[in-house]
Structure formats: C-alpha cells, structure tokens
Design a binder for this molecule. Structure first.
Ligand code: GAF
Length: 387
C-alpha cells in the first residue's frame, strides 16, 4: 500500500496532536549505466515523482521514535545508549543514519518521526536510499544542522555498507539527494560531478514495469560481482599499471588484454568497460534528442547485463522481451541491481496507455503474476515540503 504526505501528516496529528515539519525524498530509475558506479564509472539515472514522506518534530531528549506506515510498526532508539545489532529491517537504515549524523554533528537531539512511502519496496527503485537520505535530511533540518546533499548521500552509502551489509555504489543515494525535475543526471562516480541533462526526447516517455519478484541471492551476488571487478582490476594492472578501477580501461585496451583474464572475470569486466562507453553515448544521444540511438543502447545494456554480467533473471528477461515486441517501444532493459525488481522502457508518448495494458495482460498470461506499470517523470531530490 502506498502512503503519501497527507497520510503522514494525518498520522502525525493523531499520534502527537500537532503539525509536523514535512520532508520527502524520491525513488530513482536508472536509464543506463548499470553496475558501473562502484567501478568509478558513469551512470545516467533520474529521480522519480514517487516519494518517501517524513513528518517530524524535534524532541528535547536524545530519543528517536519512529512510526512506519508501510510496516505498521513503531521503533525507538536512544542516542545515549550503545548501538544495537543489525535486525535486518527498515529500522536499521534509520538507526544507521541517526548514529552517523550524531557523530558528524557532535550530538543530535532526538525526534518524533512518521514515515510513509509511495515507492514500492523491492522493486529496484531505491526505496532504501530514499529512506536513508530522507531521514538524514529530516534529522539534520530538525537540528538546524547544515549538511551538504552530497555528504548526506555518502553517509547513506556508509549506512548500507556498515549497517546493512550491502556494498553498494553511490548512484542511488546521490540521485535521491540531488535529483532535478525534468532532468536526467549524468554522474561521474569518481569525481561525483553531476551533469544535468534535460529529458526532452520529444514524444518519449519513461515507463517502469515491476516484475513483482525479488530473488534472495541479490545481496550475495551483488557483493560477489564487486569482488570479481576488483580481481579484474588486479589482473589488468599487470599490463596496464595506470589502471585504478575499470573506469580507466577503454574498449581497445580491454580487447588487447582480455584473453589474459579467466572466466567469468573476463565477461564481468567486458560488461563494465562497454557499459561505461554506452552510458556516455546515451548521454550524448539524450542531449541531441536521438531517441532510436538511446533505445538501442538500452537494449545493448540489458543484453550485456544478462549474458556477461549475469545479474538478470527469467522474469526480467521476459519483461524485456514483452516490451520489445511492442511497436511503440524504442528500448527496454532491467534497471538497478538485478535478480528481480523492474525494467525501464522508453516508449512513444502516444503509445503509453496501449503499452501498459498490453504489458499487464501479457506478463500475467505468461507468468500468472501481476505486473505493476508506472509512467514516471524526472523529479527533484530530497527537500522540505511547504505545508
Ligand atoms: C544497486 C546499487 F545500490 C547501486 O549502487 C548500483 O550499483 C546498482 O545496484 C547497479 O547499477 O542499485
């Protein structure tokens, strides 16, 4: 079930008898540039107009009390007490963020928070990054503490690594923090420089198709891919000593040395090297409004994630196959970490309604599962909402 700002305010009033300050953080969809962020490469995501909403007020003590509408649960922590062990649930993100900010701000006051989200959980649309960055932003504002959005993103990533055990890159947190309405973001994941590119491919729409599955192995396989890339760098450095990350390897260089890499390292590296080049080419195509070229690069990206990087799954491949068979589609690929979650599809604007009905019917016919299909637009990053 989805919860928006109004439900968060209503719950806050019911619990505390007063109006909260309201904050929100968006989900994200990655258009292209998958599994490149932790290789210091390029990504091209955008924040989407489905948000996590946080109502809050400061408390005089150091307790943080949270009501989650999505999980219909309460959680509480006291910053004066030692951190507790990871529980494997939503409260880990909040505890991690609160403790990291407490340390960084040299002492945080407590807060009462109510949280609700419109971002489907497990759909690969970064509901966890929205929670981290949104809660961090809310706590900083309730404490009158100035903190840069890039820094919030870095703290969110730290929480994923240290509290959640997911060795993610920086793309999700940075997109949630720095998104801009009407724009895709070309992010250089080494310098963290962001180039905002107006999403103005005429007559084109971005549609997300959620497969409704999330396979268990997502976390372990993700960390394994990261290790495989690091091994690839170690081996390539024997021939190319200037290489610090796969970002530093061009396709020609890679071709020269790929035979020296064992499988599956060779295919993993090939995906990353090619995906970086595709992402830069896609950004240029977007700037020129070249919709066919953009769609073609999306298709190549998916095929490489399926065959070389092996992070797709049956349901994602089927969802992509179904999309590509529709004549209003320019390109379709999985988006996010993989092993379930969603695809992103570039669709002719006047074909969106027909495409959505067709995908729902066809996916259900072939899998017996319901597909959720959303038309999305590029949105702003984390912000305080005017009430
Ligand atoms: C997940 C991670 F959180 C990101 O950092 C990124 O690596 C992505 O998978 C794959 O591109 O969303």
């Amino acid at each position: 079930m989805s919860h928006d700002g109004r439900s968060v305010i209503a719950k806050f009033r019911a619990l505390y008898g007063e109006e909260p300050l309201l904050f929100s953080a968006p989900g994200r969809v990655n258009l292209i540039g998958e599994h490149t962020d932790y290789n210091e490469g390029f990504v091209l995501p955008m924040a989407i107009e489905r948000r996590t909403w946080i109502g809050g007020r400061a408390r005089p003590d150091r307790r943080i009390r949270v009501h989650s509408l999505d999980f219909a649960e309460e959680g509480e922590l006291d910053l004066n007490e030692r951190g507790r062990a990871r529980r494997g649930g939503w409260s880990d993100y909040i505890e991690g963020m609160a403790r990291a900010l407490d340390e960084r701000c040299g002492g945080l006051q407590g807060a009462d928070l109510v949280i609700g989200s419109e971002i489907p959980i497990g759909a690969g649309l970064s509901s966890s990054a929205a929670l981290e960055v949104g809660v961090g932003f809310a706590l900083a504002q309730l404490n009158d503490h100035e903190i840069g959005k890039e820094e919030l993103a870095r703290i969110g990533q730290w929480v994923e690594h240290e509290y959640v055990g997911n060795l993610c890159g920086i793309m999700d947190q940075l997109t949630v923090a720095l998104g801009r309405a009407g724009h895709a973001m070309l992010i250089d994941c080494r310098s963290l420089e962001v180039r905002y590119i107006p999403f103005r491919i005429e007559r084109a729409a971005v549609v997300i198709c959620d497969t409704g599955v999330k396979h268990e192995l997502a976390g372990t396989e993700y960390n394994l891919r990261r290790a495989e890339c690091e091994r690839g760098v170690e081996l390539l450095r024997r021939h190319l000593p200037g290489v610090h990350a796969l970002r530093d390897v061009g396709m020609d260089e890679f071709r020269r040395y790929e035979a020296r890499l064992p499988e599956p390292i060779r295919r993993r590296c090939r995906h990353v090297v090619a995906e970086n080049a595709r992402t830069l080419a896609a950004a240029a195509a977007l700037e020129r409004g070249e919709v066919e070229a953009f769609g073609h690069l999306m298709n190549l990206s998916h095929d490489s994630l399926r065959d070389d990087y092996e992070v797709s799954c049956e349901e994602l491949d089927l969802m992509v196959e179904i999309a590509r068979a529709h004549d209003g589609v320019w390109g379709a690929r999985m988006t996010g970490g993989g092993f379930g979650g969603s695809t992103v599809v570039l669709v002719r604007g006047d074909a969106v309604a027909d495409f959505s009905a067709y995908v729902r019917a066809e996916y259900e016919r072939r899998t017996g599962r319901a597909a959720r299909v959303y038309l999305v637009e590029a949105s702003d990053g984390v912000r305080r909402e005017a009430l």
